[in-house]
Design a protein around this ligand. Sequence first.
Ligand SMILES: Cc1cc2nc3c(=O)[nH]c(=O)nc-3n(C[C@H](O)[C@H](O)[C@H](O)COP(=O)(O)O)c2cc1C
Length: 184
Amino acid sequence: MRIAALCGSLRSGSFNQALLDAVIERGPAYGLEVVQAQIRDFPLFNQDLEATPPAAVEETKRVVQSADAVLLVSPEANYGVPGVLKNAIDWLSRPPHNPTLYKRPMAVIGASTGFLGTMRAQLAWRQMWHFFDAPVFSGAEFVMPFARNLVDADGRLVDEGTLTRLDAYLEALAQWVMQCRATR
Ligand SMILES: Cc1cc2nc3c(=O)[nH]c(=O)nc-3n(C[C@H](O)[C@H](O)[C@H](O)COP(=O)(O)O)c2cc1C
């Protein structure tokens, strides 16, 4: 099973990137090939450019369309979704009902330095996905609060308790993606 993952932070030393790296590393144990779909080179969305989307957008669309599901690895910004990732989703959503996100199963996880670990952002993403008429994974949840304490100096997620929770999440996610594939 193939998952296309989008990271909502571009900074070096990102805790969300550390989380995504752990997902990429641990996914195969559960039958999940996790591929990062890059959004770093997306310009700000401008409908004037929509008819001829930038190459970076086209490439990421191809990666997402090749996947059984999309995974958002999202920070929380001001109790909501981060603009960088929202901008990317807006690009990928155009034209409406194109097969990139429309009806594609979605899951969301995230890391933050706060104590709710992106739960508010995750709820906002889930509400947004209503538009894409797609199943959203609800069988398990994964948040990574106080992320600063869980990642080492090399930017690796090293906290054993967090990794154990992540493994349980990935196991449940893999079962769900398999079910989605069977019914698609
Ligand atoms: C503009 C901005 C808004 C933020 N808002 C929140 C927030 O609402 N909730 C929260 O838990 N952390 C918030 N933070 C702190 C982030 O959790 C923290 O910067 C985290 O490291 C971002 O993820 P990253 O390490 O992957 O870049 C905010 C940070 C920034 C820069």
